[in-house]
Structure formats: structure tokens, C-alpha cells
Ligand binder design. Structure first.
Ligand SMILES: Nc1ncnc2c1ncn2[C@@H]1O[C@H](COP(=O)(O)OP(=O)(O)OP(=O)(O)O)[C@@H](O)[C@H]1O
Length: 381
């Protein structure tokens, strides 16, 4: 297994931080059932975000127990590296293809969640939680076409890589793109209780309205129908045990979106925007919508942030740059990170193998991974 460490934040902000060398050196002293941990072929890519280090140890399901002490030792070894403020090492069991890894989320169950700083129950706890699902997060955008679905699936994959059990619900009733993004339009089967079973793909539990309707027939639904269809997909689907369910919301801030934000038991929302002023105005509306229904905004992602020429490497800020970061600062919400406009992201998405799957060690996967890490930080109690 190839190991790589790229600290995007450091690259972007020139912050001198912990180095790959330091982490690998500390891990080389950790013994495992297969010799030194660095030679055991079980380490995932290592992600560093500022002074936080995250990686996974991937073992067979039957070996998890034997490796738990190794995980703990690895965490302790990395924590002792000067400059490291936090470490998360996930132990993931690669079971049958498509199965989710063993959980180690640290995410409080839905029922125990409260709005930050508030003594009163959050709106989420006023709605019935989804049994077995710890946290539901919405990926939303004020307008269509900004890359919300692409961001949603790559973030879901990034969270899974951090050792979480993750589901993806494509609630974009007006243009479900998840079937294309995962390269399948198979129909979900029913279980013994006549509940739909999500498809298992890339280790995610996936459900989309696109699995149920003809992709070529336009869907013209009024807001109550949209809400009812999505509520069914949330509650009449056998999601099993999930740490996080990522909901790819329909774009916009109309009635349907508002009602959804009110009716889905959301832990929080991630807003995707491109850097143009017009997109940012819509992103601001999205933010206002979630604030109105008291759903915390977990952060803003700037997609298509800049274009880097694949031939000469020249960077062009086609839509301007940094608008979403400035906007996040102005509005007092976290800025989760930026994703460049790149042909590979479009091509891999269109080919049904998101960039986190097709090029997991590449710079784009690293960018999504860094955002997933920031997001996980927001989700922890
Ligand atoms: N960073 C990126 N670089 C290049 N292409 C991208 C990027 N992000 C998304 N795309 C492409 O842009 C198009 C729209 O993306 P996507 O479907 O994710 O947007 P969306 O906001 O979900 O759209 P809608 O809400 O209208 O369905 C797709 O072809 C996708 O591959």
C-alpha cells in the first residue's frame, strides 16, 4: 500500500508543520503482528491538517481485536511528535466488498446532540432521529451546478476513509446525479420488512431518488411531494448503523429546501459555493435559510476555486478566488477548504469513479480529505 503525506493547509498557507518524515519515523517504532507498523502494509494515506494528524490502519475483519492495541500505540507515538496537537487513528476492517469499516467516530449519537452553546434541545432533537444513524448532515448550495453532488460524494468518501460508517442520500429530486457519480442505477431491493436496502458502493450505503425514477423523465414536483419523497427515503430505508448520513440536498433556497431543512433531523449543513459574487449571494441565502431553522452551518466549501493548467501548471482564478473564504469569515462560519476546477474531477465523476476512488493519493483527493477532517472536527461533541 502506498503511503503519502501531503499537508494542503501548509502548502496553501506556508505554515511549517509536522512532517511526513516525523510521523513515519514515530510509526516505525510501533510493533505490530506483521513487524514494524510502517512495513506491515496496513497504513492508509496520512492526512495532516495544520497540527492534526489523521490516518487509518486497514486490516481484515477477523484481525481487528489483535490490532486495537497497535492502533492505540500508534496514536500515542504520533501524539508524542513535537508540534502534533491532535491525532486520530481509525482501525478499519475491510470486510466484504462494499461493506463499511468498523466505526470509531467519536460522534455523539443524534439523541444526545444539542445546539452549540444552547441549553435547549436543537431542532434536530425535536424531530424524530433516524434509528441507527448518529448524525445527518446536509450538503447544500444556493444555486445549481456549483458542484454540490461532486462535493457530497467525495466528502462522504473522505469521512469513510477516516473510519466512519457513512451513508449518502441523494435528495436532489430535481436532478439526482448520484447514480451517475457511482456508475450504477440498479434498483434497491426490499428487505423482509419491506424496507429498501441502500446500494453498497465504495464502502458507502447509497440511496438516490434516481434509483427509483426514470432518469430521462423530468420530475416536476411541488414542495410537499419533494419533502414526502425525501422523508420516505430517510425513514423507509434500512440504513443500518451509520456514524454519518450525508444528504445531497436539492439546490436552491425555495419552499422545498426550507421545509426539508425543517423536517430532516439535521446535525448541520455544509454549503458549497463557487467564488463568483452571484454564487456567493445565493450561498448567503442558503446560510440564512439554515440559520432560520436553527440548523448549524458546519462550514463553507469553495468549489471550482481556481484553475490549474494541466499542461503548464499556470494557475488562473477564473471566477475570482477566495470569495467563499472571505464570506465565511464575514458570516462567522468555518471555512472548510477549497477544491480547484480540474478536468480530472469532472471526468472521474462523470465516469462513475469519484476522484477519491480513482486517484486516492492525488492532490484533489487530498483536498477533499482535508475538508473531511475539518468536517469531522465540527461534528465531534
Ligand atoms: N471542482 C470541479 N472541477 C471540475 N468539474 C467539476 C468540479 N466540481 C464539479 N464539477 C463538474 O461540474 C458539473 C456539476 O457538478 P455537480 O453535479 O456536482 O453540481 P451540483 O451543484 O450538484 O448540480 P445540481 O445541483 O444542478 O445537480 C459536473 O459535470 C461535475 O463533474
Amino acid at each position: 500500500m502506498r503511503r503519502e503525506l501531503v499537508c494542503l493547509w501548509c502548502l496553501q498557507e506556508n505554515i511549517v508543520s509536522v512532517t511526513q518524515q516525523q510521523i513515519l519515523e514515530s510509526l516505525s517504532k510501533v510493533p505490530s503482528p506483521r513487524g514494524a507498523l510502517t512495513n506491515a502494509g496496513v497504513l492508509s494515506a496520512i492526512t495532516i491538517v495544520k497540527d492534526k494528524v489523521y490516518f487509518a490502519i486497514n486490516v481484515d475483519a477477523g484481525e481487528v481485536k489483535a490490532w486495537e492495541p497497535v492502533r492505540a500505540q500508534a496514536e500515542a507515538a504520533v501524539r508524542a511528535v513535537p508540534g502534533v496537537a491532535a491525532v486520530m487513528v481509525a482501525l478499519t476492517a475491510e470486510r466484504a466488498a462494499g461493506a463499511a469499516p468498523a466505526p470509531r467516530s467519536g460522534i455523539a449519537p443524534a439523541s444526545s446532540h444539542r445546539s452549540p452553546g444552547a441549553g435547549a434541545p436543537s431542532p434536530m432533537s425535536r424531530q424524530a432521529a433516524i434509528p441507527g444513524v448518529n448524525a445527518v448532515i446536509a450538503v447544500a448550495s444556493g444555486k445549481g451546478g456549483v458542484g454540490k453532488s461532486t462535493t457530497a460524494i467525495n466528502l462522504a468518501l473522505g469521512l469513510r476513509e477516516l473510519g466512519l460508517r457513512v451513508g449518502l442520500l441523494d435528495a436532489d429530486i430535481y436532478g439526482p446525479s448520484v447514480p451517475k457519480l457511482i456508475g450504477t442505477s440498479a434498483r434497491p431491493e426490499l428487505d423482509d420488512n419491506r424496507r429498501m436496502v441502500p446500494l453498497a458502493k465504495f464502502g458507502l450505503a447509497v440511496m438516490s431518488i434516481g434509483f427509483l425514477i426514470d432518469p430521462d423523465s423530468p420530475v416536476v414536483w411541488r414542495a410537499p411531494m419533494v419533502v414526502s419523497a425525501i422523508t420516505q427515503m430517510l425513514r423507509d430505508v434500512d440504513w443500518g448503523e451509520l456514524d454519518v448520513l450525508v444528504v445531497d440536498m436539492p439546490p436552491g433556497t425555495g419552499d422545498a429546501q426550507l421545509t426539508l431543512a425543517q423536517n430532516v433531523p439535521l446535525r448541520g449543513a455544509v454549503i458549497v459555493s463557487t467564488p463568483q459574487d452571484l454564487a456567493l449571494i445565493d450561498a448567503r441565502r442558503g446560510l440564512a435559510m439554515f440559520t432560520k431553522v436553527e440548523v448549524p452551518v458546519l462550514g463553507i466549501v469553495e468549489n471550482m476555486s481556481y484553475f490549474q493548467c494541466p499542461h503548464c501548471g499556470t494557475r488562473s482564478d477564473i471566477f475570482g478566488h477566495g470569495g467563499a473564504r472571505d464570506e465565511a469569515e464575514r458570516l462567522g462560519v468555518p471555512f472548510l477548504g477549497e477544491i480547484p476546477l480540474h478536468m480530472d474531477i469532472r471526468a472521474t465523476s462523470d465516469a462513475g469513479t469519484p476522484v477519491m476512488v480513482s486517484d486516492p493519493q492525488g492532490v484533489h483527493a487530498m483536498a477533499y480529505r482535508a475538508i473531511a477532517v475539518q468536517l469531522l472536527d465540527q461534528l465531534r461533541p
